[in-house]
Design a protein around this ligand. Structure first.
Ligand code: B4P
Length: 192
């Protein structure tokens, strides 16, 4: 199963991807995690990405695509993968489609997690207190939500037009949302 998880910052993509990984037995690939690891390791790529991420903007398409290509070349993706945080704009959606066509592993389904803006802000403020992630401060969060509306939301239509989109209501306990996601995947239901 090759899945793409879509949703605004704080919608639960990372949270649900970690759970789906267990349920589906395929690796969870988060471009945010890959970038944070590069920042923590102080690689040249990480040094370039650090300030961009802290401002809540998108890291350049070339850098993220290169990183993703490298990750998809690893041996554990044979049975599929869960992509979390990619694609984040239409250029990335097209690049991903071309890359996956080339390796003959097209996306099966894109799952869109729907959560209202107020709750997104509340969740990210909660994480800021608990984990102190550099981009969970109020200004970066506002920026990330703006970037999502302007650049990432059009990706929803990209998958809708290909008949690969399901939408899941992302409000409720983490378990409730996981159940809804699994049901939507199994039935290819909740098309939207
Ligand atoms: P990401 O790491 O993808 O960060 P995110 O969008 O905030 O989502 P995340 O998965 O971490 O949070 P979640 O909703 O699970 O990206 C960070 C930055 O990296 C970007 O701003 C950008 O700069 C860069 N980047 C990443 N990918 C890129 C790309 N493709 N191109 C360019 N740049 C890229 O969870 C949020 C919080 O909500 C958590 O605290 C969680 O516990 C809580 N939560 C989740 N589900 C809940 C529920 N049901 N109930 C209550 N709380 C819940």
């Amino acid at each position: 199963m090759r899945l793409v998880l879509l949703g605004a910052p704080g919608s639960g993509k990372g949270t649900q991807a970690a759970r789906l990984k267990e349920a589906l037995g395929v690796p969870h690939i988060s471009t945010g995690d890959l970038l944070r690891a590069a920042v923590a390791a102080g690689t040249p790529l990480g040094q370039q990405a650090k300030a961009v991420m802290e401002r809540g903007e998108l890291v350049s398409d070339d850098i993220v695509l290169g990183m993703l290509e490298e990750r998809l070349a690893q041996g554990d993706v044979g049975k599929g993968f869960i992509l979390d945080g990619y694609p984040r704009n239409l250029a990335q959606a097209n690049a991903l489609e071309a890359l996956l066509e080339r390796i003959q592993q097209p996306v099966d389904l894109a799952v869109q997690l729907d959560v209202g803006t107020e709750l997104l802000i509340q969740r990210l403020a909660g994480r800021a207190k608990e984990e102190g992630r550099a981009d969970d401060n109020p200004e970066s969060v506002r920026n990330r939500l703006r970037v999502y509306t302007d650049q990432t939301a059009p990706v929803i239509d990209f998958y809708r037009q290909r008949g690969k989109l399901v939408c899941v209501y992302g409000v409720g306990s983490m378990d409730e949302v996981s159940q809804r996601v699994l049901e939507a995947i199994r039935n290819h239901a909740a098309t939207c």
